[in-house]
Design a protein. Structure first.
Length: 466
């Protein structure tokens, strides 16, 4: 797995490929040559275009989290069923499973800035539509299902375009930092959004949360319009042609440093990230509380995720062992939380769960992007997001059914157990591919568990990344 320029793992992407050629890049290249700013936690924010993007995203992300909380609680209020919450979540991510790879092809073919202007506008309209239905008292559960599915269709194109547009704003040198700050941005909004949504739902109802979410997309649209084209690092726009989808799949299939992180996040996304189902079930069935408590639990998880994102922004490498280790710890913490005897112990455990979940996402995301050829980035990231988010339509109804039939604790425990087993399985596969073996030494003063080279080891690039 690539760890970027100046490190000892997989080859980093060629900066010339990311930046392209021509006079449009002269200001950026001249500035880069003249000044070599010291890397830091917020180094990518020195780019004006990225600052505009980040500012708009924190506003819309806050609205998005408000809508998520309000949507989950509205469905639970209308149906009284955790499975119905799972169906809503599944419908929102089903388009990613069905059409995710095509979204990546579109993102590679079209200018990403213009594409994002269209998708962000459409996402704002879905929030306003649900607000009107709710505020007029006409909302029914099938309305929520329909809006969730439409939002999912837009996300099919928005996600790969937005993920790959980050490199066009900051260039390859700051890509890992920008991906981490994007996650920090998202989790900062998650600290505010659920709390505000809980207050709004209790005071005036879900409709106003949907309204504010729809209006929040004005901010990223303005940010995109204010960007300076001459300061972008535009990637290669791939002309329309046959076989581009298959080409992307073959590219990933031949790269162990890409395919195994994607497989792992697929298991985690399908079974380990069903928090709307588990948190609503714990609040309603186990702790017999209301929307304010649901918002509090989401805020605590967001605090852990934000801490994880800021720690990730300081890292200069993203190794496979970090990804596998975080996934294993994530699963173990979920199992522990499912058995927590008191509310506050359960709530406190959500903080490290959020930290590990964010570490998994950022480590896999940034490493996959850096290891991918720029001409393939949209298709590879669409596959990444399709596996990570598209597995939810398969996992959410199943986890929702388990939660309804056997209780919230068993549902949460199941997700954690699958996540932990997936981390162990992928870790063993990567160790074998990388020519490593597990060494256990119980003697005092020695490292008890370690990965050491196996005789005749091959695939040195994967071993270096591990």
């Amino acid at each position: 797995m690539s760890t970027g320029p100046g490190t000892d793992s997989a080859p980093a992407p060629n900066p010339d490929n990311d930046r392209g050629t021509g006079a449009a890049h002269a200001p950026a290249e001249a500035a880069a040559a003249a000044v070599k700013p010291r890397k830091g936690t917020f180094s990518s924010l020195r780019n004006r275009n990225y600052r505009l993007f980040a500012t708009g995203q924190v506003v819309s992300n806050t609205g998005t989290w408000m809508q998520r909380i309000a949507q989950d609680w509205l469905v639970l209020s209308l149906t009284g069923s955790s499975a119905a919450v799972g169906i809503t979540t599944a419908l929102q991510f089903l388009p990613m499973l069905l059409f995710g790879l095509y979204g990546g092809v579109i993102a590679d073919r079209l200018p990403k800035r213009k594409l994002l202007l269209m998708t962000q506008s459409a996402m704002g309209l879905t929030g306003l539509a649900l607000a009107v239905l709710t505020l007029t008292g006409q909302v029914q559960v099938w309305h929520v299902y329909l809006v969730a599915f439409v939002l999912g269709l837009v996300t099919v194109v928005d996600n790969p375009a937005r993920q790959s547009f980050v490199s066009e704003m900051v260039g390859p040198d700051d890509l890992r930092n920008a991906v981490s700050l994007n996650s920090a941005n998202f989790q900062s909004a998650r600290l505010v959004g659920p709390a505000v949504a809980g207050v709004l739902i209790t005071a005036v109802g879900s409709g106003w949360a949907f309204m504010l979410n729809g209006l929040s997309f004005i901010a990223p649209i303005i940010g995109l319009l204010m960007m300076r084209s001459a300061e972008l690092y535009p990637g290669k726009v791939v002309p329309r042609g046959k076989g581009q989808l298959r080409e992307g799949l073959r590219y990933v299939a031949g790269r162990p440093d890409l395919i195994w992180p994607i497989v792992l996040v697929g298991f985690i996304g399908t079974f380990g990230f069903n928090f709307p189902i588990w948190l609503t079930a714990f609040v309603d069935k186990v702790y017999h509380s209301g929307a304010g408590t649901y918002g509090l639990l989401n805020t605590l998880m967001a605090a852990g995720s934000l801490a994880g994102a800021l720690l990730a922004a300081r890292r200069v490498t993203s190794r496979l062992r970090l990804l596998v280790g975080a996934a294993l710890l994530f699963g173990v913490l979920e199992i522990t939380a499912s058995l927590a005897p008191t509310f506050w112990l359960y709530a406190v455990l959500l903080v490290p769960i959020g930290m590990c979940g964010l570490t998994i996402n950022v480590t896999a995301n940034s490493s996959v992007q850096l290891a991918t050829d720029p001409a393939m980035r949209g298709r590879v990231m669409s596959l990444f997001m399709m596996v990570f988010m598209g597995g939810t339509p398969l996992g959410a109804p199943l986890v929702g059914w388990i939660t309804d039939e056997f209780g919230a604790r068993i549902g949460f425990l199941t997700g954690g157990a699958v996540s932990a087993l997936a981390a162990v399985g992928v870790g063993l596969v990567l160790a074998r591919i990388g020519g490593l073996r597990l060494k256990v030494d119980l003697r005092p003063g020695h490292q008890h568990v370690a990965l050491v080279p196996r005789e005749g080891a091959a695939h040195e690039r994967v071993a270096a990344a591990a």
